[in-house]
Design a protein around this ligand. Structure first.
Ligand code: SF4
Length: 324
């Protein structure tokens, strides 16, 4: 297995109290596989990714439990310089906002080229040639002519391609893409998703795709893990989730996707707001918003019940959710 996260727990200590951002998350991704991690903001999906990458702000963040195994090695037991080496060469991250992730005053060829001069000790000319090659690989038209331009001279979609190129530069085994298309319009979103899926296949990388939008992952993900209040509430192969979700929260997320065949209908929204992580409701954290909630949901935390061999749902009434 390429990456295994086991029972990860992360807290943030603030002046107002302790926010329990990740509460026992376990998931895995293999080479050539795409895992979509889905949830509203504050569900813990990005914090888990930051913990995997070793870029969590500590303090106020603190990993209080669990393991992160990368090719069998527990990353949490490594020293910072060892983590940095893995972060540079074996895993990379793509962020939502390319404009703030890229350096605005350094030309694109120099930013990409730096990956090769610093990590591979290539001379500048060879590094620039590699930079152009990468730009071509991620589909930037006129890459050779445009390589010397600055990030603001590219469109949003092209900037995101540049960031993907930066992440790919050292041919990592794992890429974590955190809301990589949220800032883009729908057509460009689809192009960037296609590009990621294509590169994942070509390079046999593991890909973790973090998103709040179930609509964008249908064609690219193999599995989905749905997060709520720092826990995984449902995990399943992507087609099973779309066909019949086994958790009321996933059902709500699916119903909130706008559908072309239901023009004029009001868009569904899950009632209420995600919980304050300093005061997570007892029992099932979703119970204040759940249409199926009963007394037991207010007192007993549901474990991840086995729905089938490769599916799990953290709902006491998953059968009802699945067949209802
Ligand atoms: Fe709803 Fe209860 Fe299931 Fe939680 S455990 S999702 S509250 S039915």
């Amino acid at each position: 297995m390429l990456l295994e996260v086991r029972d990860l727990q992360v807290e943030f200590r603030t002046g107002d109290g302790v926010a329990k951002a990740v509460n026992g998350v376990s998931y895995s991704v293999d080479a050539g596989e795409t895992l979509a991690v889905l949830g509203e903001s504050g569900s813990g999906k990005s914090v888990t990714a930051q913990a995997i990458m070793g870029i969590l702000d500590t303090p106020p963040g603190k990993i209080t439990g669990g393991e992160i195994l990368f090719r069998g090695q527990d990353l949490l037991s490594l020293k910072e310089d060892e983590r940095r080496k893995i972060r540079g060469a074996s895993m990379a991250m793509i962020f939502q906002d390319a404009l703030s992730a890229l350096n605005p005053v350094v030309s694109v060829d120099n930013q990409l080229g730096e990956m090769f001069t610093v990590h591979r000790r290539l001379p500048r000319k060879a590094a620039r040639a590699k930079a152009v090659e990468l730009m071509e690989r991620v589909g930037i038209p006129g890459a050779r002519e445009r390589a010397g331009q600055y990030p603001h001279q590219f469109s949003g979609g092209m900037r995101q391609r540049i960031m993907i190129a930066t992440a790919l530069a050292l041919e990592p085994d794992l890429i974590i893409a955190d809301e990589p298309t949220t800032a883009l319009d729908v057509t460009v979103q689809a192009q960037v998703m296609d590009l990621l899926a294509h590169l994942r296949r070509e390079l046999n990388m593991g890909l973790i795709l973090i998103t709040h939008d179930l609509g964008v992952v249908a064609d690219v993900a193999d599995r989905i893990a749905v997060m709520y209040a720092g826990r995984i509430v449902e995990t399943a192969p992507v087609h099973d989730i779309y066909k019949a979700p086994a958790h009321p929260y996933t059902k709500g997320l699916l119903r909130s996707i706008p559908r072309l065949d239901q023009k004029g209908q009001e868009l569904y929204a899950i009632k209420g707001l995600p919980p304050n992580l300093m005061r997570i409701p007892p029992g099932c954290a979703f119970h204040p918003r759940c249409p199926l909630a009963r007394d037991v949901c207010r007192t007993e935390v549901p474990p991840l019940y086995e729905v089938s061999q490769d599916r799990g749902s953290a709902c006491h009434f998953w059968r009802e959710a699945l067949h209802g």
